[in-house]
Structure formats: C-alpha cells, structure tokens
Design a protein around this ligand. Structure first.
Ligand SMILES: [Zn+2]
Length: 265
C-alpha cells in the first residue's frame, strides 16, 4: 500500500505537466491518478451500494488511488477508467476489507458502518473489540456486541474469565476488563460464576490437603475452575478470589465432615 501511495503521488505530479514519469521512462503517456480515483470512487460507491453503509466516494478515494496508482505503474498501455473499475471489482473483497479497516480507525461509527466492518473485516473487528464495543454499546446495537464476543475469542486476546458486566472473555488476572474497561469487583465475579457452589464442589471433591491449603491461605485461583494457590504456575491467567468469612466457614465445615468420614472408615 505504501509503495502504491508513493506511486499515486508521482501520478499526481506527472499529471501537472508533460514530463514522463521518472521511474518508467519507457512510458509515452501520463495518467492523472487523482482524478481517475475520484471518478472510480463515485462509480464503486454507486455500484456496490456503499452509501447504505454511510461510505462516501470521498472516504474511499485514498484507498482507490493507492490501488489505481499501483496498477497504472505496472501497465504498458494507458488504462481506461472502465478497465480499472473492472480490476477493482475483481478485487472487491480486498477493497471492502481496506475500507472496513479505515472505518475502524474512526472515533464514531453508525450501526450500518459497524455492520460493514464485521462483514468485511471480522479479523480486524475482533482485535478492535474494545473500541467497537464502546460504540455499539452507545448505539444500543446488541447484535453487534454479540458478534464481537465471538470475534474477540477468535481474533482478539481473550482470557478464560468472562466479565460480569460486558460478557466478553476479557478479565485479566488483575481483575480488569480489557473490553469494557471496568475494574471487576470480586463479589460481582463470584455472583456471575456461582462461586459458592463451585467452592462447595471443590471442597468436597479435591484432595483434602489442597482444600486445607485453600482454607489456610484464604484465597483460591479461578480460571474457569477453582484451584489452590499452589497451582499458580500451571494457571497463569487465573484471578485470585479471596474467601469471605462465610465461605471460610463453609470450607472448614466440609473439611471437618470429611475428616469425620475418614475416621469412621
Ligand atoms: Zn467487561
């Protein structure tokens, strides 16, 4: 793209006079890349119905100029507008992706533009989920948010812990949500995962020494399941959840019952 952009600048210069392009002395014709890009952009917006997505000829002109500049540079004969349009139509998917990538960088987007980005650049959308989530949330576009959750897992940097507020797998070990940007309260996360039930299950079934370790350290690791603190090296993405006094009582009661059961056997 960068090379093509330079070429389009050269095209711009060559259009001003009659001098041949310095890089291709064999060529006996000049080509005004900028005015061609103007015309082609208008044609493509109309043919592809891009105005429905709030994409204007002005918005895509740079992208079209880059591609046209690259094509013109490699042509032996002067291309027609129609042949350039055909070339771009053959590469429609790639052009739409470039447009979507340019849209992603905007501060604000319409729901139609969000739809467009998800359709033509899902990979970029997944990586940009925090940015697009904020916009979709403001617009109340729930279908976009749902699609972004999946794309974030596919192409973003998901964690194993789902955020109780935005529902993305994006809670870091520091209890920060990478997507909605909120600090996650332990109590909210515990409610979300049904912590009490998980703790009861862990205390009843894990090796007794590990349950005792949890009680004495006062916290567990959680990365989708509950683990004792000594398993930190095997669970790098886990968060630490501290036990309330009531949860400690629950664990200690289960330990007592298990010890009693052992002594009966
Ligand atoms: Zn969140």
């Amino acid at each position: 793209m960068e090379l093509a952009r330079k070429q389009s600048r050269r095209g711009r210069r060559s259009s001003e006079g009659t001098r041949k392009s310095k890089t291709s002395p064999r060529k006996r014709w000049t080509f005004d890349v900028d005015s061609a890009a103007d015309e082609i952009s208008r044609i493509l917006v109309e043919r592809w119905g891009l105005d429905v997505s709030g994409v204007t000829p002005d918005f895509i002109r740079d992208i079209v100029a880059d591609i046209v500049g690259g094509i013109v540079e490699n042509r032996a004969t002067k291309p027609t507008i129609e042949s350039l349009v055909k070339n771009l139509e053959r590469n429609k998917r790639m052009v739409l992706k470039a447009i979507a990538a340019k849209l992603v960088a905007l501060e604000d987007l319409s729901v139609e533009q969000l739809d467009f980005i998800l359709a033509y650049a899902p990979e970029i959308a997944g990586k940009a989920a925090p940015h697009l989530y904020r916009i979709a949330k403001e617009k109340g576009a729930d279908h976009i948010i749902e699609a972004l959750r999946v794309l974030w897992i596919q192409y973003g940097t998901p964690t194993r812990i789902e955020c109780p507020y935005c529902g993305f797998n994006s809670v870091t070990p520091g209890l920060y949500c990478m997507v909605c940007g909120r600090e996650v309260r332990e109590s909210d996360l515990k409610d979300k995962i049904g912590f009490r039930g998980l703790l009861e299950m862990f205390a009843s079934t894990a090796p007794l020494s590990l349950v005792q370790e949890v009680l004495s350290s006062g916290f567990v690791l959680y990365d989708g399941e509950i683990k004792p603190p000594s398993m930190r090296p095997q669970s790098p993405g886990a968060v630490e959840l501290f036990l309330t006094s009531e949860e400690k009582k629950l664990v200690s009661r289960i330990i007592e019952e298990r010890l009693k059961g052992d002594s009966r056997n």
